[in-house]
Design a protein. Sequence first.
Length: 130
Amino acid sequence: MADLQISEALAKRLEGLARQENQPVEVVLSAMIEKREAEQVDPAKVRQFRAKLYRIAREYWQQAGDQERLALTDADLDEQFWLIDHEGIPRLKADQGKVELPPDPLEALIGLIDTDATDLSSTVRETIQK
């Protein structure tokens, strides 16, 4: 077991947290470390996901002969990449407003549910009035 020297103020804060949680200080510290480690994994997963998207985009641009977009670095794409559309075409933020994406199926579903016949707020009001 190793000894760790910390300031008295920090020790009191840790002991206070441990008392609040009814846990030993070691358990509280361990939980803090685990939380910090878990938070660090998420950016790594995002980076892996972006790398896959960028690989797909570069393969498309290679086939399409788009040398300008093919020359973009990962750092450039971090700033400029938007999405891969429904046709498999990688789009940059500069394409927003120029490209018409298909309607969102969730919006269509909401449109089917939210009609005059199924307006739940009026149904509730009618029930209350009775």
